[in-house]
Design a protein. Sequence first.
Length: 365
Amino acid sequence: MYSRTIVIKLGTGILSAGSGKIHQERLNAIAKGIKNLANNEDTGTIIVSSGAVGLGMGKLGLAERPSQLSELRACAAIGQCCLMNAWTDAFEKVGLLPGQVLLTRQDFADNKRSQKVRETLQSLSNTGVVPIVNENDSVSDEEIKFGDNDVLSALLCSLTGAQLLVILSTARGLMTQPQAGELIPFVAEITPAIEEMAKGTTSATAVGGMSTKIEAAKIATKSGCAVFIGSGENSPDLSLILSNQAEGTFFPPTGLDLNQRKKWLAFFPKPKGIIYIDEGATLAILENGGSLLASGITKLDGSFSNSDVVSLVGPKGNTIARGVTRFDSNELQEIIGLNNLQILDKFPTRNRAEVIHRDHLAPHL
C-alpha cells in the first residue's frame, strides 16, 4: 500500500493524435512517470482517462461530436476498447498492469455503491495495478452523467482521500484572459473573479473546458486535496508537479476534515427535496454542530422518502447543508414547528424525534 495517492485526469486533447488516433508516445511517457512515482516516491496513481468518444468518432469517420445520445454511446463503446489497448501497451512497457473501471453517476449517488467503488480502487492499488477510470458513456443517461471527466476526477479524490489531483490538458493552466493573458501560478481561494476567468471548450471531440476544471478544483480542494492544472502536451515530469515546481496553476486544499460519510453527503448524491429552516436552526447546525429538529423547520419543497438526501436552506435563501432525513415529506408536513415531545406523541413507535441527526449532516460546500 502506498503512503499517498494522486489522481491524474487526462483530457482528450492530450491523448488524441488526430481523429481516431492515440498519441501513444504521451501515454508511454505518463506510464513511465507513474512507474517512477511508485518506485521512488511511494505514490500510487489513479488515472481518469478521457478520449473514448473521440476515438470512436474517428473509427466511424465522424468529423463532429454526435448530438444523439445513442450515437455518443456507440462512439464510446468503440473508443473504450482502443483506449484500454493503448494504456495496456504503455504500462506493459514499464512492467505495470492497468485495470479498467467504468463508472456512472449512480455509482456515487448511493453510499453503499460508492464505498464498493472505493474498495475496488483500493484493492487494485494494493496489488500494484493502476486503475484507469472513465465515465461509462456507453450506458449513461444524459440526466445522470457527470458532464465531464474533470468532475469525475474530483469526486474520486474525495472518495479515495487522494492528496493531489493533476488535471492535464492542452491548457497551460488558468490564464488571466481566455486564450491569452498571463498564467496564474497559484490560486489561494476560488472566488467568483477566478471562476469568471474560465471558459468552455471549443473542441469538436471534448466537453467541459477551464470552467469545469475550476469546478473540479472547488470540489477537490474542499475535500482536503490539492489540485494542479497544467499542460500535458510536452510529457510533463510528474515528480516536478508533486514538488510544485512545474508550470501550471496550483490550488492548495482548504483543510476541511470531513469523514467519508460526510464527504459523500456533501458531494455525491442529488438531493430529493428541500427543507427550509429558521435562523435558530441554522445557527444550531453551523455553529454548534447540532441536529435538525422539526421546531426549526418553516416549509418543505419536493416529495421525498425517509433516508433520502435533502438540502437545507436557511432564512437568507442559501443552501447551508445536506442531510439524510428520518421522516418522509408527508410526515414532515404534519410535524413542522412541533417540539420533540409532541413528535413522539404523534409517532409513538419512534424512539428519536430529530429530523436529521448531526452525524448525517454535512455542510454545503
